[in-house]
Design a protein around this ligand. Structure first.
Ligand SMILES: Cc1ncc(COP(=O)(O)O)c(C=O)c1O
Length: 369
């Protein structure tokens, strides 16, 4: 079976280092807020070129805490897309704010021409989702944000390392929200997330919010005042073990991205079947291919044939969020593309350790369909 994603080959390759680092953490006696976290926060900020940043428990929390830190909640509205992962929306709803969905363009990203029409007095933030590894059209989104005094929170969960006009995503909005869920471009072996920002007071606030609202110092001196909450926070920590694993994996980030791009190039060149619509890459972007998403009106039969040939494909996502029971009360403008795409899109296996012979087999079979 060619899996749509797997991590065992990568783990075999990194195993010695990973087991050594876990052993070191466990022997250190520090399971949270230790040297590994401090090191990882520095490492991540260096690769992402942001001024400040806070590691948190998940990508969902990164979005939730960004919104909370900006005092967005009840009676506020947040604009985003329905062609995204559930957590983008769950994070908004969990603050008490409501969501307004707008449609996506042919690149599967927020349609910038639809944003202004959806803004109301209640709109406090826009969350552009850099889906599948490609940045949204940020210049236009930032311009709208400025014009209406609306905060732009970037959902970077699927686009670690991607750039827009040469700038790293996550440095453009008021915060950038990353996920280290194992399937992600920089994935840990558990949950994890990160908020980047160039705003110091926002950074300090999110650092408090992730740890029950207490002032934190650094790894050696946790609190200004132990067990004293300055404001109401939550628990959203990245453990030392996950931070240590990420400190190893971040060294390979550029190599991982290069491999993903190489595989995408093979698909781009190799797939000649006219029934398949290949990814649309915008000219200002460096696409890092978290997913290689194609579309076809014949999706169901393609999925069946590929399965018969022992090739697992993904569908991200089969249900647009506004069609889900949980979000039936959300407001939206007409989401024609989103609804059509949900019936047509599917993703081909793409991960750094995917072997060439397997890629060639996928291309061969898909061209024959
Ligand atoms: C677009 C998007 N946003 C947010 C998240 C949330 O990340 P996490 O799973 O780390 O909470 C994910 C990952 O599932 C995602 O794909």
């Amino acid at each position: 079976m060619i899996k749509s994603w797997e991590y065992k080959n990568e783990y075999n390759y990194l195993k010695n280092n990973i087991l050594k680092t876990i052993d070191k953490v466990l022997k250190s006696g520090n399971l949270f807020f230790g040297n590994e976290l401090e090191k990882f926060e520095k490492n991540f900020l260096k690769t992402n070129k942001s001024k400040y940043g806070v590691a948190v428990g998940s990508g969902t929390d990164a979005i939730y805490l960004s919104l909370k830190a900006l005092n967005i909640g009840k009676n506020d509205e947040v604009i985003t897309v329905a062609n995204t992962a559930i957590p983008t929306v769950a994070a908004i709803i969990n603050t008490g704010a409501s969501v307004k969905f707008i449609d996506v363009g042919n690149d599967y990203l927020i349609d910038i021409n639809k944003i202004e029409k959806s803004i109301t007095k209640k709109t406090k933030a826009i969350i552009p989702v850099h889906l599948y590894g490609q940045s949204c059209e940020m210049d236009k989104i930032l311009k709208i944000g400025k014009k209406y005094n609306i905060r732009i929170i970037e959902d970077c969960a699927q686009a670690q390392g991607a750039t827009y006009k040469g700038k790293k995503i996550g440095t453009l909005g008021v915060t950038g929200c990353f996920s280290f869920y194992p399937t992600k471009i920089l994935g840990s072996y558990g949950d994890g997330g990160f908020v980047t920002t160039n705003n110091r007071s926002l950074y300090l606030k999110i650092r408090r919010l992730r740890f029950y609202g207490m002032e934190q110092m650094n790894s050696r001196k946790w609190w200004n005042k132990k067990y004293f909450a300055v404001e109401n926070g939550t628990n959203s920590r990245l453990s030392e073990i996950q931070a240590a694993i990420l400190n190893i994996k971040i060294k390979y980030l550029n190599t991982f991205i290069k491999k993903r791009k190489k595989i995408a190039k093979m698909y781009d060149k190799g797939i000649t079947n006219s029934k398949i619509i290949k990814p649309h890459v915008n000219k200002n972007n460096e696409h890092v291919y978290h997913l290689y998403v194609v579309a076809s009106k014949n999706r169901d039969s393609i999925l069946k044939i590929m399965k018969k040939n022992k090739i697992e494909l993904g569908i991200q996502y089969p249900y647009p969020i506004h069609k889900m029971l949980a979000y039936k009360d959300s407001t939206y403008t007409k989401l024609k593309n989103t609804e059509n795409f949900s019936k047509q899109i599917f993703s081909l296996p793409i991960y750094p350790t995917l072997e060439k012979v397997k890629i060639k087999k996928i291309i061969k079979i898909i061209n024959k369909i």
